[in-house]
Design a binder for this molecule. Structure first.
Ligand code: ZN
Length: 83
């Protein structure tokens, strides 16, 4: 499901629930995909304890994820796309 912290510059592996913060992202399907019965399009991201104490993940409709600082919302650490 989740292998490591979603922060690209952090390599802490995901070991078990209860540590850090788990984010659930459900990408919007296009009209072409509405007939697709396959489940499992939900994508999970995890931030480790250290990263989740200083940053959060935000998603936009294009599937881009942005890691933002909690204390300074205008500060964007980085943006990355998972689609
Ligand atoms: Zn981390």
């Amino acid at each position: 499901m989740v292998a490591k912290c979603a922060n690209p510059s952090c390599s802490i592996p995901f070991l078990r629930m209860g540590h850090g913060k788990l984010f659930r992202y459900l990408p919007k399907r296009s009209s072409v995909d509405l007939s697709d019965p396959r489940p499992g399009s939900t994508i999970f991201f995890w931030l480790c304890d250290k990263c989740s104490s200083t940053a959060t993940l935000k998603f936009d409709s294009t599937g881009a994820a942005t890691l933002e600082a909690l204390l300074e919302p205008s500060t964007t650490y980085m943006s990355f796309t998972y689609l």
